[in-house]
Structures are given as structure tokens and as C-alpha cells.
Design a protein around this ligand. Structure first.
Ligand code: FE2
Length: 392
């Protein structure tokens, strides 16, 4: 495989050198962005900007912050990554919030010990990025379970009057992760719904574990923990973003004996136990694809999240909206956000944080309201009072 890749790269490089000598536009056609950038939360005070190109090369992001010019490379262990078509650059949130960035890639055909053949550099237009800016109401768009159905999701999303301040992609955006092509699909959805201009939170769904690229896809995010789980915040909202693993045991035939979620989730659970509640936050939420928190590979996540003084858990996976999911099993609200429906339509959800409320509104792709709910804070799980009976 290595020899084959090498041969292909040598051929492409030779073609590029020849076309360059004759000033042919071939390279413009061959090397280009194939997925525009999105800005992902990747833990605490960091974002990771991720995009992709049609051929392997480098990636870097440029911006100005407090009068200084920054060029941040897609780098790993002191090497500038140049053999991948997916590029990811980690940047402090303070640098990017309400600032403008440009991302770039240069084609690299061959890289040896003392020589490299490099091609053209492509650069994006400047992207104006909108982080938290003290707004009174915060709108978070939740789009789980797209399952390769982005046009229906887009129709549902278009129903909302309010523009989102952040996008939560709550897993199963694609149905399997067999290659980088599937990961680029996830990236394309992230860009379609964020424009690269607002933060995206991506949690891994069970389907995105399935396939050889499932593990590599996690590394691209360069999260603080190394796994697809991290904490982050948006103004007054504190978020615990979790990887809930698969929906069946590791021993199930589905996984061919080639997964070890037990070890991965054990590490994640240990990390969750190390967290302390964000006392400054006005809203504390957790996000994970699979909503069955009581038993994640033998661990009770409800107890751990309760210690984090959680207000609301947002899960997906069930392909239906539910505002009272598992009510009574946890000292916090639990809801499901919708996603692809049985007839291949789609339900999108908008969370609006404001005052002592988290308001929820759901639309399907035919612009019908599919759910409305208000969660009041502090959390009150007592049964709703029965409607008043008319006198007499
Ligand atoms: Fe799922």
C-alpha cells in the first residue's frame, strides 16, 4: 500500500511539475478544498478548525489577534502533517471569538528525508467567526441522527426564525465510518449548518464507531482529553460533551471482535469523575448520543452527572422528540432531540437559553412544529399540577 501511494504521489507530482512549466491549469483542478472549514469545540478554552482538500498536503490558519499576526500549523510531534487530506488546527477560543480567520493548504506530493515536492497553495476567503458576545438569549441548534439525509435536515433547520449561535451535532450524522470519505461527509454537514462562522459541538454516535476510520476520526479533533469527550462553555452555558459508545456489548457479532469500548468508556468515566461542577455557569448541560445514562458499559453516568449539578441532558439516537425522557431516574431534566424520522423526514431542535429557562422548539422538514417545551431552573421534577376543573 505504501509503495502504491508513493507511486501515485510521484506520478501526480511529475504531472504538476510539467503542467507548471507549461502554465497549464491542471493543478487548480486537482488540488482544491473539498470541504470548507468548521470550527469545533475541542475542550475547555480551545477550538479545532477542520477542513479537507482533494489531495494530501499541509494545513494552517492565519489571523490577527491583539495586533499580532498568527500562523498556526497543523502539526504533530514537530512535523507539519502533509500526508493527509484532512487538516486540523487547534486555536485558543479567545483568539478566534468575534475575529476573522483564513485557512490554507499546500499540496505535498512527495516527502522524503531531504527533499519534498510541493504544489500550489489554496487559501479560503476570510471567515468572520461569531463567538459569545454577551447576548441575552443564546440559540443552540441540535441536529442529531442526520444519517446521510442533510437535505431534509436543512429544510427543518430553515423553519426556525432565530439564527443559531452554536450547532450541536449529537451523533449518527453518518451511518458508518469506513473511510475518510465518510468523515468528510460529517465535515460537510458541519459546514452546511455552521458556515464555519459559529462553534460546532460534535458528539460521536454509535454508528460513527463502525468502520476502520472511526478511531482516526477522533484523533483529528485533537481534544483536550484525547477522546471524543470534553468540557466546554458558551458564555453562561457549561457543557459536558460525551462519547456514549455503542448500543450493544463489545462481544456482539456486529463488531467482529474488534472493539474495546469497555476500556475506552472506563477511561472516559474516570475522567468524568475528575470533573468539578462549574459553579459560575447559569446553565449546566450534558450532551451525548445514546441517552441510556444509567448503564454505560456497567457505569452509572446519572450519579456522576448529578454530582456535576446538571440541569439538562440532551440525547439523540431514538429518532424521536421526548421532553420527559426517563423522568424520575435522575435529578436533572432529560430530553431527546429528534433526528431522522421513520419516513426519512427530519426533526431539528432549537434550544434557547435565557433568564431562568431553557426553551425547546422542534420543527420537521415540512415546517410543522413537532414539539415545544420550557424547562425552568432550578430543576423542578415534581409532577405538573393537574389542570383546574371548572367550578360546579
Ligand atoms: Fe444512534
Amino acid at each position: 500500500m505504501y509503495v502504491l501511494n508513493m507511486a501515485i504521489n510521484v506520478i501526480i507530482s511529475a504531472i504538476l511539475v510539467i503542467q507548471s512549466a507549461f502554465m497549464l491549469p491542471l493543478e487548480t483542478l486537482l488540488f482544491r478544498f473539498d470541504t470548507a472549514a468548521s470550527v469545533f469545540e475541542s475542550g475547555d478554552d480551545m477550538y479545532t478548525v477542520i477542513w479537507s482538500t482533494s489531495l494530501p498536503g499541509t494545513g494552517y490558519v492565519t489571523y490577527e489577534y491583539e495586533g499580532a499576526q498568527y500562523t498556526v500549523m497543523d502539526e504533530e510531534n514537530a512535523a507539519i502533517r502533509s500526508t493527509d487530506t484532512v487538516h486540523s488546527v487547534r486555536i485558543p477560543k479567545a483568539h478566534l471569538d468575534n475575529n476573522t480567520y483564513v485557512y490554507h493548504s499546500q499540496q505535498v506530493g512527495v516527502r522524503r528525508a531531504y527533499v519534498a515536492v510541493k504544489g500550489r497553495t489554496v487559501s479560503s476567503d476570510p471567515v468572520a467567526f461569531r463567538g459569545y458576545a454577551g447576548q441575552e438569549e443564546i440559540h443552540a441548534l441540535v441536529i442529531s441522527d442526520i444519517h446521510e439525509n442533510p437535505d431534509a435536515a436543512a429544510k427543518a433547520v430553515a423553519s426556525f426564525d432565530a439564527a443559531p449561535d452554536l450547532v450541536i451535532m449529537n451523533g449518527d450524522e453518518v451511518s458508518y465510518m469506513t473511510s475518510v470519505v465518510k468523515f468528510k461527509q460529517v465535515l460537510s454537514y458541519a459546514h452546511r449548518f455552521s458556515g464555519g462562522a459559529i462553534p460546532v459541538i460534535y458528539t460521536r454516535g454509535n454508528h460513527e464507531n463502525r468502520g476502520e476510520y472511526g478511531s482516526a476520526a477522533v484523533d483529528i479533533f485533537k481534544t483536550t482529553t484525547g477522546g471524543m469527550y470534553f468540557t466546554c462553555s458558551y458564555g453562561p452555558i457549561s457543557m459536558i460533551c460525551l462519547d456514549s459508545g455503542e448500543d450493544k456489548a463489545d462481544s456482539d457479532w456486529t463488531y467482529s471482535g474488534l472493539v474495546d469500548h469497555e476500556a475506552y468508556i472506563a477511561r472516559e468515566t474516570e475522567w468524568m469523575r475528575s470533573l468539578t461542577p462549574d459553579e459560575e455557569a447559569e446553565y449546566r448541560i450534558a450532551i451525548a448520543h445514546i441517552p441510556h445514562l444509567k448503564n454505560r458499559y456497567g457505569f452509572n453516568w446519572i450519579e456522576i452527572l448529578a454530582e456535576q449539578k446538571l440541569d439538562l441532558f440532551v440525547g439523540g439516537h431514538k429518532h424521536r422528540v421526548n421532553f420527559d425522557f426517563n423522568k424520575g431516574t435522575a435529578p436533572f431534566y432529560q430530553m431527546l432531540d429528534g433526528g431522522k424520522t421513520r419516513d426519512n423526514g427530519y426533526i431539528a431542535t432549537m434550544l434557547t437559553f435565557g433568564g431562568a429557562q431553557i426553551r425547546v422548539l422542534c420543527y420537521d422538514d415540512q415546517h410543522n412544529v413537532k414539539g415545544e417545551h420550557i424547562y425552568t431552573l432550578p430543576v423542578d421534577l415534581s409532577p405538573a399540577a393537574p389542570p383546574e376543573q371548572p367550578a360546579g
